[in-house]
Design a protein. Structure first.
Length: 337
């Protein structure tokens, strides 16, 4: 499946289940000065998760452009990137855990054809803020996931919030085994190790947003129970296209092929950084950011400088990074005209 088909299949799956398709908001938040860039699919939806009625109804689906730079030093490994697209479906006080989990499973296993024997699940183990998510465990078991492949995890990994304030809640994450021979049954410790070694890849996160945070503390329940799901497109494409890393998927491969053909030094790490940073810089510029000394413009300037530094390492001629915009346009033209 091409990445364009994967994006469209996600949207139509949820449209058939009563969701309205909403367009991506721009990368620079429109009504929220607490963050420089949209870092999660749900961010533009915060007012609606808090209870304001959304003009498109209670079931939404979309693909949101995101920028996350906190892991910039990880770019170059199998899965990290600074720009990504987040596939998401949302329930604003409508369906809850049962439908959210059932549909995640149906789309991954039955529509996309992933192997259920390679799926691992995490759920929230409970703490003073909220009890263990036994309901999700039972739903996963009813879908045929063996109990020993469902791991109870702490709030550090399985409580999701966009920041210190706003809607939040326990989450259940789906991981996929990408090793050649398959890892089979794993103890919790072995699963955590496999995640660190990128042998299992997180492909989807279902957040059950029924709580609210204020100044970093969970202060209680919201007036409605929401679902916020997120599947990073690049990782999902990597898994569905059976690649070892996101840079070999069709979201990156035209850029990587051009780099391989033009560099003097075939340093994988630097090539991946250049490909990633060109893509991120281009999407920032499309959404109105210019290089500057402050805020979004400073992040863009840093990204471009870092791309130039690695282009130098690769021995690319000066002023040649602009030549990579055309292959980038070819990848995204039909999605973001
Ligand atoms: N907000 C959650 C995340 O970004 C689910 O979309 O992982």
């Amino acid at each position: 499946m091409k990445s364009n088909d994967i994006r469209n299949t996600f949207l139509s799956f949820f449209k058939e289940r009563g969701h309205s398709i909403i367009p991506s908001a721009p990368l620079v938040p429109e009504n929220d000065s607490s963050v420089l860039f949209i870092t999660a699919g749900m961010q533009p939806l915060v007012p609606y998760l808090l209870g304001q009625p959304h003009p498109e109804g209670k079931r939404l689906v979309g693909v949101q452009k995101c920028v996350r730079t906190q892991d910039i030093d990880e770019v170059g490994d199998a899965t990290h990137d600074t720009f990504f697209e987040m596939l998401g479906n949302w329930s604003l006080g409508d369906y809850f855990k049962e439908d959210a989990i059932k549909w995640s499973h149906e789309l991954l296993i039955h529509t996309f054809g992933l192997d259920p024997a390679r799926l691992y699940i995490t759920v929230f183990e409970g703490n003073d803020d909220a009890p263990k998510d036994s309901e999700s465990i039972e739903i996963w078991k009813s879908l045929g996931i063996p109990e020993n492949r469902i791991y109870e995890m702490s709030a550090e990994t399985n409580w999701w919030s966009p920041g210190e304030n706003g809607p939040c809640g326990p989450d259940s994450e789906m991981f996929y085994d990408i090793t050649q021979d398959g890892l089979g049954d794993l103890s919790k410790e072995e699963f955590i190790q496999a995640d660190e070694e990128q042998k299992v890849i997180e492909v989807w996160n279902d957040v059950f947003m029924e709580y609210e945070k204020k100044d970093g503390e969970v202060i209680g329940k919201l007036s409605q129970k929401n679902v916020d799901t997120g599947a990073g497109l690049e990782r999902l494409v990597m898994v569905l296209q059976k690649k070892d890393n996101i840079f070999e998927t069709d979201l990156f491969s035209p850029l990587m092929k051009k780099l391989v053909a033009e560099v003097e030094n075939q340093d994988q790490y630097s090539m991946r950084i250049v490909a990633d940073h060109i893509r991120t810089a281009a999407f920032m510029i499309i959404d109105g950011v210019s290089p500057s000394n402050s805020e979004q413009g400073y992040v863009l300037r840093r990204i471009i400088r870092r791309a130039v530094r690695h282009a130098d390492t690769l021995g690319l001629p000066e002023d040649s990074l602009g030549n990579y915009i055309e292959p980038l346009e070819d990848i995204y033209r039909s999605v973001y005209p």
